[in-house]
Design a protein around this ligand. Structure first.
Ligand code: IMP
Length: 425
């Protein structure tokens, strides 16, 4: 029986996961998403054309790969529709290629309104959410107030539940002095969306279970990243879903023993959107330069990302907790031209060494990072296709990361285009 491959980000998202998924999915039968919603943003470049994805697994661009949106994903149907349209306009026939679980919870207009209302109320203490309604929709899921695709299929149930919930949520929105939801108009919109979405709805658990039995190749794509995991990151500066590998069991119904390779994507430096502690952040001009060179602006929100040095103390934790077995390094070409490159290797709080996992968010704000400084390189490395083609100092940077993390680096991406990468194993 072939084992399921998994890919997760090991930092704060935006590691370039889409680019690696695109490589790994070339022979996959199924590409699966199990968590998050359209707070995610994956950009794939094929033949010079950029495809921004927020919901549909980016593996869908491979000719023989089916894309599954499994039960753990929360769905904004308008965003889903725009992605379906983007792909259809490009000539892709999505029938039998896109499959959506009827267990997925739907992001409703009041979830987005509440996300934004809470953020505004927090004032200077904003969390910096993407404003897509992610926290409120998962909160409704766990408090039995959610509405799923299951209800959308059964229209009368949807109308009944939506009307009940929207009336309650409108009362809450009024307390925030925020415009309320027009229930009738919202229902009209959902009725139209329903017609388009229904043909893609199926029991994804059964499809995946059969696929695994039939030895099909399944690739699971984690959205967000381990350092945003609801349990294992600096709460409340997290996202609202679990990202660690074990949550694939709950988010897609794939049992742990069916999982084989767990790929961790590590960007050669760090970026973060939203508030919260960022120990290796560069707040000076070198940070601005890195942001510009790396094009570090959110795919989802367009927000400038905060940037900093690679933080191996936190990445090592992410690799351990997610059980990473192979690493893909991305965006190392962005570091070309730097004389010296720093890497965070340990944390120190009040004169004592402290691990990432033991730190609360307030401690992460205060601690001092101890760095290792390595030599940079000047050459443009985008044309390199073998490890030996890379400048010696770039090779040393990669080897340093591998040794520190104790996990094999299997892919180094040296540019955004499909062919710009080096395979190491
Ligand atoms: P939410 O997921 O929109 O509730 O946002 C919570 C935190 O997670 C914020 O700091 C967001 O910027 C961050 N976040 C959520 N999704 C992503 C992602 O896909 N990439 C990077 N950061 C994300």
């Amino acid at each position: 029986m072939s084992k399921v491959s998994v890919l997760v980000g090991t930092q704060w998202g935006d590691e370039g996961k889409g680019r690696i998924i695109d490589l790994l999915s070339s022979d996959a039968d199924f590409a699966v998403r199990f968590n998050g919603g359209n707070n995610a943003g994956h950009t794939i470049v094929v033949n010079g054309k950029k495809y921004p994805f927020h919901l549909i697994p980016s593996g869908i661009l491979q000719p023989n790969t089916k894309a599954i949106i499994a039960n753990g994903v929360v769905l904004d149907l308008e965003v889903l529709l725009s992605e379906i349209k983007m792909l259809e306009d490009d000539g892709l026939n999505l029938k039998d290629k896109l499959i959506i679980s009827d267990r997925c919870h739907i992001i409703l207009p009041y979830h987005k309104a509440l996300d934004q209302a809470y953020e505004n109320a927090r004032g200077s203490e904003k969390l910096g959410t993407t404003g897509r309604g992610i926290g409120p929709v998962y909160a409704d899921k766990v408090s039995y107030n959610g509405i799923r695709i299951y209800e959308l299929v059964r229209w009368e149930l949807f109308v009944e539940k939506f009307t009940f919930q929207a009336n309650i949520k409108n009362k809450i929105l009024k307390t925030f002095d925020t415009p309320v939801i027009d229930i009738e108009r919202a229902l009209e919109k959902f009725k139209k969306l329903r017609e388009i979405i229904l043909p893609y709805v199926a029991d994804t658990y059964q499809i995946l279970t059969n696929a695994i039995k039939d030895n099909k190749k399944v690739l699971v794509e984690g959205a967000q990243a381990v350092l945003l995991d609801l349990d294992f990151s600096a709460y409340p500066f997290t996202t609202a879903s679990n990202v660690v590998t074990g949550s694939i069991n709950a988010g897609a119904g794939i049992p742990p023993q069916k999982i084989g390779d767990v790929w961790g994507v590590v960007k050669a430096y760090t970026s973060k959107v939203g508030s919260g502690p960022f120990p290796t952040e560069l707040k000076d001009k070198s940070g601005d330069d890195l942001r510009e060179k790396g094009g570090e602006y959110g795919t989802t929100t367009g927000r400038p990302r905060r940037v900093g040095w690679l933080d191996l103390e936190s990445v090592k934790f992410a690799c351990e907790v997610a059980g990473i077995t192979k690493i893909a390094i991305t965006k190392i070409d962005i570091l070309s031209g730097l004389k010296k490159i720093k890497v965070g290797v340990s944390y120190n709080l009040n004169g004592k060494s402290i691990s990432y996992s033991s730190c609360g968010y307030d401690e992460l704000e205060k601690l001092k990072v101890e760095y290792k400084e390595l030599d940079g390189w000047d050459e443009d490395i985008r044309g390199c296709r073998k490890f030996e083609d890379l400048p010696k100092t770039c090779q040393e940077y990669i080897k340093f990361i591998e040794k520190f993390l104790g996990v094999k680096i299997a892919i180094v991406s040296v540019g955004p285009a499909r062919e710009e990468y080096i395979k190491l194993v």
